[in-house]
Design a protein around this ligand. Structure first.
Ligand code: FDP
Length: 333
């Protein structure tokens, strides 16, 4: 049956995708459904943040003397709780946790691993700006039992799925399994993600550049020249848009076209963003949508991580703008 916009929920869409692979066991479908479940709980809490006294530091207490949780701690817990008992994964890694997260011994271990940034852009929560969750799914390289660090030292090219959830004016779940990118909008009245953005394709070029220009004086001159080039381009008038919340900046540019940059600078040569939890999943998505992501010298998906929390410069977006960046970076221009 053809998939119909507006009435196709995420579960149905995942099932239809699964049927394209007769050898599929459904493991994968369950993992994505559980991530979407965690996203709904996080979304509910994010929406409540303005009216309930949930904001604040993890070590502060509320008027009842109960321990308050920061939303990023809450989101981290919900992601772990949604996934740890499935029997489909052997370990997880989170931006919020130093080491890999093992599956409790009482649960079986599966062949996948999940990496996630539970609440990206969390410094924006207090000011009601869109934030997000980013995730990636890999197949383990170890053979059985608990997952190990080696399982996580895989290039983004090995991702079998990646996605993000944006908690914005509506909550959206966007994901790819390497067969295009699809977006679902949460209908809070029924608590379901409904297909709203089928087969998302990013424009070949855009008119937006997104970078924290306050760092201008810390940038390499190649980056300054590139940004100047965009500002002075004859063919098109660029506009600058920078929310400072990666998922929100990425989502806008994915739909409208353009480029997001968080480069290294003379204070932070590797930039600020994490390879495993942020750059690789978004790079997989952008490539699936027809765009590109690089760190300057390398395609993000080809970088083999050396450690879990490694940072990377990130230049991501439409092909035209990212290819142009590569030319500036290699001094071809
Ligand atoms: P945040 O510090 O609010 O968590 O990943 C971190 C991140 O946000 C990204 O979401 C965002 O793109 C970036 O930092 C913003 O950094 P700057 O404030 O340095 O521009």
């Amino acid at each position: 049956m053809a998939i119909r916009k507006g009435v196709t929920n995420l579960s149905r869409f995942l099932l239809e995708e699964q049927r394209n692979f007769p050898e599929a066991t459904g493991d994968f479908t369950l993992i994505l459904e559980q991530i979407a479940f965690a996203a709904k709980i996080i979304s509910r809490e994010v929406n409540k943040a303005g009216i309930v006294n949930i904001l604040g530091k993890a070590d502060s207490s509320n008027i009842h003397g109960e321990q308050q949780q920061k939303l990023d701690v809450f989101a981290n817990e919900k992601m772990i709780q949604a996934l740890d008992h499935t029997g489909k994964i052997c370990a997880m890694a989170s931006e919020e946790v130093d080491d890999i997260i093992n599956i409790p011994s009482k649960y079986p271990k599966g062949k996948y691993l999940v990496v996630f940034d539970p609440l990206d852009g969390s410094s924006n929560i207090d000011v009601n700006i869109s934030i997000g969750t980013i995730f990636g799914v890999y197949k383990r390289v170890s053979s059985e039992g608990d997952g190990c660090r080696q399982d996580f030292i895989q290039p983004g090219r090995n991702l079998v799925a990646a996605g993000y959830v944006i908690y914005g004016s509506s909550t959206m779940f966007v994901y790819t399994t390497g067969r295009g990118v699809n977006g679902f909008t949460l209908d809070p009245s029924v608590g379901e993600f409904l297909l709203s953005h089928e087969n998302m394709v990013t424009p070949e070029f855009g008119s937006i550049y997104s970078i924290n220009e306050a760092n201008y004086h810390k940038w390499d001159e190649r980056i300054r020249n590139y940004v100047e080039h965009l500002k002075n381009l004859k063919e098109r008038q660029y506009t600058s848009r920078y929310i400072g919340s990666l998922v929100a900046d990425f989502h806008r540019n994915l739909l409208k076209g353009g480029v997001f940059l968080y480069p290294g600078d003379n204070k932070n040569p590797r930039g600020k963003l994490r390879l495993l939890y942020e750059a690789c999943p978004l790079a997989f998505i952008v490539e699936q949508a027809g765009g590109l992501a690089v760190d300057g010298d390398n395609n993000i998906l080809d970088i083999i991580p050396e450690n879990l929390h490694q940072k990377t410069p990130l230049i991501i977006g439409s092909k035209f703008e990212v290819e142009l960046f590569k030319k500036y970076w290699s001094k071809e221009l």
